[in-house]
Write a protein that binds this ligand. Structure first.
Ligand SMILES: *Cc1c(COP(=O)(O)O)cnc(C)c1O
Length: 349
C-alpha cells in the first residue's frame, strides 16, 4: 500500500502538476484591479472564446461565480427557479437569500432534467401579489442528491427546450457549469453548444481541470458590468492573480480532453462497488466523473463505510443519509480503483 491516500472525496483535491506549477511561476503579472493582470486577461478571453460568450470574469470560487450571476440577473424580492438539490439551492449556505434577497422556487428532477411542464407551472402571474420569476438556473453536469446516479449530463436538446420556454417568458438562464468541461467531453460536443442555452455560464478551474483555485463566469457585456460591481462588493477582486490564473489557463489548455479518462475510471468505480451486495451504484448510467453509491447493506451506513474504507487508504465522502460519493480526477488512476476493490473486499468480504 502506498503512503498516498486514494482520494475519491472530490475532484477539488488535486495538486498542481509540475507543468502547471511552471505555468504559474512564469505567468506575466500585473495589478488586476489597477490596470489589469495580463494572465487573468488571457484566461478570461480564452474562457469566453471557449464558451462562445462576449466576455468572462475570473473569480475565486464557483460559489462566487454563481452568486454574481444570481445577483446580476435579479432584484430583491425576485425569484429564481432551480432543482431542489442544485448547488445554488443546497450547497451555498442560503447565499441567494442572504446576499441578494431573492427566493428560490425549487422543482424536483432527480436526473437534473427539469420537466418543461414543471417549468411552465413555475412561471407566476404578472401580479403585484407575486414575486417576479426572473431566472432559471440549470446545473451541468448535475450532481444529484445521492439517491440515483450522479454527474448526469443534461442533454443538449432538453436544455434547448427549457431555455426556449424560459426566454419566451422573459427569464434569463444561468448555467452552473462547475463541471461543464466534463459534460462537453462526455457528450462529445463543444462547450459553446451547451453555453448557448444560457445567458450566463460559470465553470470551475479547480475541479476536473486541476487548477488549485478559481472559476469563471461568462456572459454578455451588460451582465458582466453588473457582475463586476458585485465582485467588488464581495471583495472578490484580486491583484497579481495571474499567479493562480496561469494554473487555470494551463488547465483549460491541457487538462480538458483527458477528462474522458476520469469518466472511464468512474465507470470502473461503479462496477467495482456494484459487485458487492447491498451497494447500489448504477454502473450502466455513469456519464461523467461522479459515482453515487447507495448503502443498503444491513448494519452499514455511509459514515461507517467511509470510515472503514479510510482505514485502507481509500477516502470517500458521505453524501446523504443513504449514500456515499466517489469522484474521479487527474490524481487518480486504475491502481486506485484496484485499491478500492481490495479495500471493499476486506471490509465487506
Ligand atoms: C463545486 C460546485 C460549485 C461551487 O464551486 P466552489 O469553487 O466550490 O465554490 C458550484 N456548483 C456545482 C455544481 C459544483 O459542483
Amino acid at each position: 500500500m502506498s503512503a498516498r491516500a486514494s482520494d475519491f472525496r472530490s475532484d477539488t483535491v488535486t495538486r498542481p502538476s509540475p507543468a502547471m506549477l511552471q505555468a504559474m511561476t512564469r505567468a506575466e503579472l500585473g495589478d488586476d484591479v489597477l490596470d489589469g493582470d495580463p494572465t487573468v486577461g488571457a484566461l478570461e478571453r480564452a474562457a469566453a472564446e471557449w464558451l462562445g460568450k462576449e466576455g468572462a470574469l475570473y473569480v475565486p470560487s464557483g460559489t462566487m461565480a454563481n452568486q454574481l450571476a444570481i445577483g446580476a440577473w435579479t432584484r430583491p424580492g425576485d425569484e429564481f427557479v432551480a432543482e431542489r438539490s442544485a448547488h445554488v439551492v443546497q450547497w451555498e449556505a442560503g447565499a441567494a437569500a442572504a446576499l441578494h434577497g431573492v427566493q428560490a422556487q425549487t422543482l424536483v428532477a432527480p436526473d437534473g432534467r427539469l420537466a418543461l411542464a414543471d417549468l411552465a407551472r413555475a412561471l407566476r402571474m404578472d401580479s403585484i401579489h407575486c414575486p417576479r420569476t426572473k431566472l432559471l438556473c440549470v446545473e451541468q453536469t448535475f450532481m444529484g442528491d445521492g439517491d440515483g446516479p450522479g454527474g448526469r449530463v443534461v442533454p443538449l436538446a432538453h436544455l434547448e427546450g427549457l431555455t426556449a420556454l424560459a426566454r419566451a417568458h422573459g427569464l434569463s438562464v444561468h448555467m452552473d457549469g462547475a463541471r461543464l468541461p466534463n459534460a462537453a467531453v462526455a457528450a462529445g460536443l463543444p462547450a459553446a453548444r451547451f453555453a448557448a442555452c444560457a445567458d450566463s455560464v460559470m465553470f470551475s478551474l479547480s475541479k476536473g481541470l486541476g487548477a488549485p483555485v478559481g472559476a469563471l463566469v461568462a456572459g454578455p457585456a451588460d451582465f458582466l458590468a453588473r457582475a463586476r460591481v458585485l465582485r467588488k462588493r464581495f471583495g472578490g477582486w484580486m491583484r497579481q492573480a495571474g499567479v493562480i490564473a496561469g494554473a487555470g489557463l494551463y488547465g483549460l489548455r491541457h487538462n480538458l480532453a483527458r477528462l474522458a479518462e476520469d469518466h472511464a475510471l468512474a465507470r470502473a468505480v461503479a462496477e467495482t462497488c456494484a459487485r458487492h451486495e447491498g451497494l447500489v451504484a448504477w454502473p450502466g448510467e455513469i456519464e461523467s466523473n461522479i459515482v453515487m453509491v447507495r448503502v443498503e447493506r444491513p448494519g452499514w451506513t455511509p459514515e461507517r463505510l467511509t470510515e472503514a474504507l479510510g482505514a485502507h487508504g481509500v477516502l470517500t465522502m458521505p453524501m446523504s443519509a443513504a449514500s456515499v460519493r466517489f469522484v474521479t480526477h487527474l490524481d487518480l488512476g486504475p491502481p486506485d480503483v484496484e485499491r478500492l476493490a481490495k479495500a471493499l473486499a476486506a471490509v465487506l468480504g
